[in-house]
Design a protein around this ligand. Structure first.
Ligand SMILES: [Zn+2]
Length: 492
């Protein structure tokens, strides 16, 4: 009995052992052969301009598509967008990266408002949410403690530390999912930069133009509007705007203070009168002091709200009335503002937006948050025909993120650097996972400390060795770690 029992068990144990060995084998080969994540098929002749077909779940403006594909053309634009099988048939000579069932492909985030020249700096130790208007922390008016403005860092600096810091600032945003940042400063040839061409060198730095304004009314709005705010006597404080530039979007800081700040309210009223001219694309940065009647006007006159909840909460202890803004169907674009008071990257901003909405009693869907981070960002800049969505003819600014199950929007919004498979700016690979084939780029890819994807074609552009680069950026906002950013707290 014992014998037969024993002999009966033996084959089972053997089968079990064989099964374990087979499974181990599969695990080992998945690690040993990175192609298991995605299958790469190079071009037969890579001197020819045939481009690359990428297969994945794809986030299009009209919704998510499974087993879909995008043809990235050699000139850096998005070519055909169709079912993966159709693309493979139509472009038999292209290279193929088949990540179907393994990844989601999304347009990169469009960060509609940054201050790249200052966004290497940590928040000041005196940062606090008790300001009523930004002039209080900028100028120390109303007996408030002023916060220091960091030194402006420029690419064309004699100090080699500054370009390295700016390269790191742009890589940080790329790792956080953005492929475009709008604002003054930055470096050419890493992330896509957008701002007005004013100086020599700006045409290389800024891919496209917008007219942004930090002080659209005056440098000292609280002082200039003192009388109006105490006596009610209207003061002539017109918008300082260049009417000759109305072929591009105008995107100013307006109403950067609490709802109870008369100055912040006065700015909003003035601005929302001006936009009724409808002579160009208008957006509105911050607008913390807006209310429901303003949202009605913003929707009516197509003014996009550029929303930076973390920076708002960190400085003023409040942010826009998000429930009413959404109720009135105002277009909203998320942005980080700058590292001294804002999120270190777009995914952190998404987290903060979600939290602020929850505190206001509403839930913003992942698809809506994704839209606020992509399509709406491009719209805020008046550049929606250039980037911000996966559509034939637009620039190939794309992020490929590991995704096997669940909501693909969530995968894109909550990815860590370890989930990044590849990032393309203008059709060029700039971040590349070690799991993907080196032949996806002709550039040199460098592995940086504590960053999962390799960085391709960047450091050599600035004659920086890996060691020089990492030594130059030790004291600035890090590429991945967000622990030092300003808090996203809604006062109870
Ligand atoms: Zn700003």
């Amino acid at each position: 009995m014992d014998q037969s029992h024993h002999s009966n068990r033996t084959p089972t144990s053997l089968a079990f052992a064989v099964g374990v060995i087979l499974m181990l084998g599969a695990v080992v080969s998945a690690f040993a052969s990175p192609a298991q994540t995605c299958v790469f098929m190079p071009m037969n002749d890579d001197t020819k301009p045939f481009g690359l077909v990428v297969g994945a779940d794809i986030l299009l403006p009209e919704g998510k598509m499974e087993d879909y594909g995008v043809h990235i053309r050699f000139n850096g634009s998005i070519g055909a967008v169709a079912k993966f099988d159709e693309l493979q048939t139509d472009y038999p000579e292209s290279a193929v990266l088949d990540c179907r069932g393994k990844a989601v492909l999304s347009p990169g985030f469009v960060n509609a408002h940054e201050h790249p020249a200052y966004s290497y700096a940590f928040p000041d130790k005196n940062l606090n949410p008790n300001y009523f208007h930004r002039d209080e922390w900028r100028l120390g008016v109303n007996d408030k403690a002023s916060l220091p403005i960091p030194e402006r860092y420029d690419f064309q600096s004699n100090d080699s530390k500054q370009p390295a810091a700016l390269v790191a600032m742009e890589l940080r945003h790329l790792i956080g999912g953005a492929t475009t940042i709008a604002g003054s400063g930055g470096v050419p040839g890493v992330i896509r930069n957008v701002n007005l061409h004013k100086r020599q060198g700006d045409t290389e730095l800024y891919d496209a133009e917008v007219e942004s304004a930090t002080f659209p009314f005056s440098f000292r709005a609280v002082e200039d509007l003192k009388e109006e705010c105490s006596t009610g006597t209207p003061k002539n404080l017109p918008l300082r705007i260049d009417g000759n530039l109305n072929f591009m979007a105008y995107i100013p800081h307006v109403g950067e203070g609490r709802y109870s700040s008369c100055t912040a309210r006065a700015e909003i009223t003035r601005y929302l009168q001006h936009v009724q001219l409808r002579d160009r694309r208008y957006s509105l940065i911050h607008g913390i002091a807006t209310d429901n009647s303003d949202y009605v006007l913003m929707q009516k006159y197509d003014v996009t709200l550029v929303w930076s909840p973390r920076s708002n909460l960190a400085l003023y202890g409040e942010t826009v009335d998000i429930a009413n803004a959404l109720e009135q169907a105002v277009k909203i674009a998320l942005s980080t503002d700058w590292s001294p008071s804002g999120s270190f990257n777009m995914r952190e901003e998404v987290k903060c937006a979600k939290h602020a909405a929850k505190e206001a009693g509403i839930e913003i869907s992942s698809e809506m948050l994704w839209k606020m981070s992509t399509i709406n960002g491009a719209y805020a800049l008046g550049l929606e025909d250039r980037f911000g969505k996966i559509k034939s003819g637009l620039r190939a600014d794309l992020i490929l993120i590991q995704h096997e199950e669940g909501d693909p929007y969530d995968s894109v919004l909550t990815a860590t650097h370890e989930d990044i498979l590849a990032t393309w700016v203008n059709g060029q690979v700039i971040l590349l996972s070690e799991m993907l084939d080196d032949r996806l780029t002709k550039q040199q890819c460098v592995k940086l400390d504590s960053v999962s994807p390799r960085v391709c074609g960047v450091l050599e552009k600035f004659n920086l060795s890996n060691l020089e680069f990492q030594n130059s950026i030790k004291d600035i906002v890090p590429l991945v770690d967000t622990a030092g950013q300003a808090p996203c707290e809604v006062p109870g």
